[in-house]
Design a protein around this ligand. Structure first.
Ligand code: L34
Length: 281
């Protein structure tokens, strides 16, 4: 069997086109503020992509590029100022933050109704009870991919590799909301390969090149690769050994061109949602 490749780039374009059409019907333009602290080159690429997406969707965007030496206080003051602005519906502070800045405090400072990442504890709590306004972008992008390819989640066994607050944990929640039976595996899981082999849907979000090999995948499983690693040659790659796993899986996502563009597309959806919350729709 050779897997169908899930085209995240094409799907992201469709999602963004839907957002663009919605924006056209709004009385006021949705706005997104993106904060980038320090000079992480990967973050630079992602933030540039997000600004491009905003332009494509007709969403107003502004970027705040701050030096790595920025103080906690300055950063919190910026967030506060953005919280108070009616033209800014969404606020995103790109992670990771440089050493010395308190990520937790910054994420808590963003007004929950502008928290388009869905990282504020209030929104994380809402997600936990299934009443969320926002869905975290990367896990939501994965769900959108499954839906778009007609992959039924209910009753399936989903195995999530990784338990980060950004991906693993919220991904498990979204899968659970859709009636999957969910197993979360992590660095202390003793029988990782065995757990993976039980997965109908396997989501890898660890950040370790070559982690998922073909022997860990059940014949016909759906394999979603969330990771964004650079290999020794400087090439982007995920956690999954793509070529060999594609021989066994029914569906598989590539890196790049898979979950990454979908993460960005879902940010546009969340910004639209925020603008609706603010009465612009
Ligand atoms: N606050 N921080 C906050 N929100 C987020 O949602 C993120 N994330 C993660 C890192 N930090 C964050 C992102 O934006 C990861 N992430 C992200 C976004 C976009 C892409 C990858 C990760 C992406 O566009 N990937 C492209 C390739 C980009 C390249 O050439 O380097 C792809 O095709 O996968």
């Amino acid at each position: 069997m050779s897997a169908t490749i899930i085209d995240g780039k094409a799907l992201a374009a469709q999602v963004k086109e839907r957002v663009r059409q919605q924006v056209e019907t709004f009385s006021q333009r949705p706005g997104l503020a993106v904060i980038l602290v320090g000079d992480n080159p990967a973050s630079r690429v992602y933030v540039d992509g997000k600004k491009r997406d905003c332009a494509e969707c007709g969403i107003y965007s502004e970027e705040y590029t701050l030096p790595a030496q920025t103080s906690q206080r300055e950063l919190l003051e910026l967030v506060e100022a953005l919280n108070g602005r009616a033209d800014v519906d969404g606020i995103l502070c790109q992670l990771p933050l440089p050493q010395g800045l308190d990520e937790r405090a910054v994420l808590r400072a963003i007004a929950p109704d502008k928290d388009v990442d869905c990282f504020h504890p209030y929104n994380v709590g809402e997600l936990m009870i299934g009443e969320q306004s926002f869905q975290p972008c990367t896990p939501a992008g994965v769900m959108e991919m499954l839906d778009a390819y007609g992959i039924d989640v209910a009753g399936k066994h989903a195995v999530v590799l990784g338990r980060s607050n950004i991906v693993g944990k919220p991904q498990a929640m979204l899968l659970l909301q859709r009636n999957a039976t969910v197993t979360i595996c992590h660095s202390r899981t003793p029988d990782l390969a065995e757990q993976c082999r039980r997965a109908d849907i396997l989501v890898a979000a660890v950040g370790q090149e070559g982690l998922v090999t073909a022997d860990m995948v059940k014949e016909g499983a759906v394999v979603i690769d969330v990771a964004m690693n650079r290999n020794a040659a400087g090439k982007l790659c995920g956690d999954v050994c793509f070529e060999e796993v594609a021989q066994k899986a029914s569906y598989i996502t590539p890196v790049p061109g898979g979950v990454g563009p979908m993460t960005r597309a879902m940010l546009m959806v969340n910004t639209l949602t925020a603008a609706r919350l603010h009465g612009k729709g």
